[in-house]
Every structure is written in structure tokens, then in C-alpha cells.
Write a protein that binds this ligand. Structure first.
Ligand SMILES: Cc1ncc(COP(=O)(O)O)c(C=O)c1O
Length: 399
């Protein structure tokens, strides 16, 4: 018998080697208690959270929590069914309406995760004989959506407009084309030049899907994302998003103005063949989304946090993923996995949690410490964080 697990030997070895150095496992940390959007107890000590996607700090919002509790009382703990059978409750329609209002769009379809939204929309919309042209640094859910469908998949170099145009021009006349982009790329925290990219996509007859998972709620005058910020949201055919970041719960969605959009509810397998979100989740999401429409002050504070952290780390000699802050994500580039893990652990001992990111999730084989800021981080917390980085960086020999 061939052991089907033998293909995992290299990663098992890499993990064993890393842990043999005595470093704590960065991929199995337990949040023992969560005290607020920015503080949890890990290993028995209070830890500042700088590695969550809780950008707008909605997880402990009193209105959001009250809505979830009420829905539990009124509708029970789960739907036990698909959206197309017994799994559409009033709350699912209400959260879809909240999304239509938030984006000022005609249609919204809620999936059980953002991962499934990308799987479903990409694999269903682009079929046999069609072409998907996508950024090489796209999220795993986008790649998996491509893999699940029958379209030809054509990647291009990250954020390279000319490379994208070249690929589009090579597609045979008359074939369907879908360009897939992200607003914010979550590993490096950089944004896409959507205005120019979408202009090129449209000039070449492509439909455009933009995943705004890491920009919703924060970027753009109304928090609709990078496409809104660059004035091209009306050119986007499909916006994909998630409830697991700024919205503060779990779930995914697609919003669109396409007149035939509603047919996706019958033909999109990751929508049809899975259970719908629990009533408490859609109630928290709807409440959170409606509050995010009026969160201008929070957005301004989060930008302030992002600028302060970026400048503070840069001034202390850390190598960062972007020259200037472009989102709520600040990526700190580590020289290698060993020192990245040592730095991660040193920060945890200081009382700071960040994400250790490594290939294949990261581009160009990089090891990153990814910092995700929250609108609920106080100015004092951000200064404390910079001090922690400085001490840990010196102790590990990175600065
Ligand atoms: C760009 C992007 N799209 C989609 C997703 C999937 O979102 P979810 O957590 O809702 O499955 C993520 C999650 O990290 C993401 O970063």
C-alpha cells in the first residue's frame, strides 16, 4: 500500500525542524479568552491582537451582539438547510438588503463563507470556452474557484497592467472573459490600481470581478472598497466580500447590478449544496453592515493607526511590504522562516499577537509578520506595539 500521506513528508519535516529549535508553534495558538476586539488572553497573559481581520472592531459592538442574541431566541441556533430549500429565513433576506443598501447595488447573494462565494461565482460564471484572467497573487479561494470550473485560466504578474492587457489580447475572438482582481492583497497589504486595470479589462470586452474582502468597511468614502475609492465601482460586474473581516462574523457574499444575477441562486453549487448561515450570524452581519455605513470616524482613526504603525516600524529599521501604508495591513518582511518564527515568539512574549505568514500563502517565498490594525486600537496601543517590535527586533537581531 502506498501511504497517501507521504506527499506531506516535506512539510512535516519543516514543521519538526522549526519546533525542534524550541520555538512555540505559531500555527496552534489558543485564544483562551477574548476581552475586546484588540485584547485576548493567550498562554494566561493579556495580549494585544494585531493579527486579526477585525478591522472595524465590530465583534463586541453592543448592537451587533444584541441582534445575534435576539435572533437566537426568535429563530433558533441554525437553519439545517440550503438557501434554496428550508434555509432562507427573514434574516437572510434582511442581510442581503443591507448589502444592497451598503453598496448601492441591485442584487446581493449571501454564501456561508467568502471562500464559497469565490468558489461559487467564479466557477459558475466562467464556464467551458471562457477565459479567466487573474492576478498571480490571488487568494486561494479565487484559485480554487478557477480550478473548480471549466474555463481556461490565464494568470498575469501581480498588479502588472501591461501583462494583463497582453493576456487579454491573446484570447480568441468571441470567447467570454472574466478578469479577477482584489482591492487589497492581504499578504503585503498593497492595493490594486483598479481604475487603470478595469479600464483595460473593459476595453478588451471582459467582465470584472473584484474581491474586496480586506477593504470593505474601511477603504472608500462609504467603506465600499478600493473600487469605490478609485471611482470605478460602477464598472465592476461582481464584488465579492466576506463577513469574516470588517463585518466581524462569518459568511460571504457577491453583489452585482447584472440583470440576470438572480439565476445564480439556482445554478451555483457552493450556494445550493450547503447549509445556510445560522440566523444569529445573519442578524449580527446585517446590524454590523448597517453601522459600517456611518463609520466615517472609525475609518479615519484606522487610517491614523495604519500611518502611525507604518512610520514607527519604518523609522526603527524594519523592512515593510509597502513604501507607504495602503490599507489596514502592514507586512513586516522577515529574513527567513527561522528568524520570522523567533520574532513571532518574541512578540508574543512581549504580549503582542501578529500573523506569521509563509509560502505558499506569501508571494516570492517570503516570510512575513503581518500586522492587521483595528479601528478600536487606541493611539496608546499603537505606540506600545511599536515599542514591542523594537525590543523584539533587537533581541532577535532583525534590527
Ligand atoms: C481576498 C480574500 N478573499 C476571500 C477570503 C475568504 O473569506 P472567508 O474567511 O469568508 O472564507 C479571504 C480570507 O482570508 C481573503 O483574504
Amino acid at each position: 500500500m502506498t501511504d497517501l500521506f507521504s506527499k506531506f513528508d516535506p512539510i512535516i519535516e519543516m514543521r519538526r525542524g522549526l519546533l525542534a529549535s524550541g520555538v512555540e508553534d505559531p500555527f496552534s495558538l489558543v485564544m483562551e479568552r477574548v476581552l475586546s476586539p484588540t485584547v485576548a488572553v493567550c498562554n494566561g497573559r493579556e495580549t494585544i491582537l494585531l493579527g486579526t481581520y477585525n478591522y472595524m472592531g465590530m465583534t463586541f459592538d453592543p448592537d451587533v451582539i444584541a441582534a445575534g442574541k435576539q435572533a437566537l431566541d426568535d429563530y433558533g441556533s441554525g437553519t439545517t438547510g440550503s438557501r434554496v430549500l428550508n434555509g432562507t429565513y427573514a434574516g437572510h433576506k434582511a442581510v442581503e438588503q443591507a448589502l444592497c443598501d451598503f453598496y448601492a447595488m441591485e442584487h446581493a447573494m449571501v454564501f456561508s463563507t467568502g471562500y464559497q462565494a469565490n468558489l461559487g461565482v467564479i466557477s459558475t460564471v466562467a464556464g467551458k470556452g471562457d477565459y479567466i484572467v487573474l492576478d498571480i497573487d490571488s487568494h486561494a479561494s479565487i484559485w480554487d474557484g478557477c480550478k473548480m470550473g471549466d474555463a481556461e485560466v490565464v494568470p498575469f504578474k501581480h498588479n502588472d497592467i501591461e501583462a494583463m492587457e497582453k493576456r487579454l489580447k491573446r484570447i480568441p475572438e468571441g470567447a467570454g472573459k472574466l478578469v479577477v482582481l482584489e482591492g487589497v492583497y492581504s499578504m503585503m497589504g498593497d492595493i490594486a490600481p483598479l481604475k487603470d486595470m478595469i479600464a483595460v479589462a473593459k476595453a478588451n470586452g471582459a467582465m470584472v470581478l473584484v474581491d474586496e474582502a480586506h477593504s470593505m468597511g474601511f477603504i472608500g468614502p462609504n467603506g465600499r472598497g478600493v473600487a469605490e475609492d478609485q471611482g470605478v465601482l460602477d464598472q465592476v460586474d461582481f464584488v465579492i466580500g466576506t463577513f469574516s473581516k470588517s463585518v466581524g462574523t462569518v459568511g460571504g457574499f457577491c453583489v452585482s447590478n447584472h440583470p440576470k444575477f438572480e439565476i445564480l441562486r439556482l445554478v451555483c453549487r457552493p450556494y445550493v449544496f450547503t447549509a445556510s448561515l445560522p440566523p444569529s450570524v445573519v442578524a449580527t452581519a446585517a446590524t454590523s453592515i448597517r453601522k459600517l455605513m456611518h463609520a466615517g470616524d472609525k475609518r479615519a482613526h484606522l487610517w491614523e493607526n495604519s500611518r502611525t504603525l507604518h512610520a514607527g516600524l519604518k523609522a526603527r529599521g524594519f523592512q515593510l511590504g509597502t513604501d507607504a501604508p495602503q490599507s489596514a495591513i502592514i507586512a513586516v518582511i522577515m529574513p527567513d522562516l527561522e528568524r520570522g518564527a523567533a520574532m513571532w515568539e518574541a512578540l508574543l512574549k512581549e504580549g503582542l499577537y501578529v500573523n506569521l505568514a509563509r509560502p505558499p500563502a506569501t508571494p516570492a517565498n517570503m516570510t512575513l509578520l503581518r500586522c492587521s490594525l483595528c479601528a478600536e486600537h487606541s493611539a496608546e496601543q499603537v505606540q506600545t506595539i511599536i515599542g514591542m517590535f523594537e525590543r523584539a527586533g533587537k533581541a532577535v537581531g532583525i534590527i
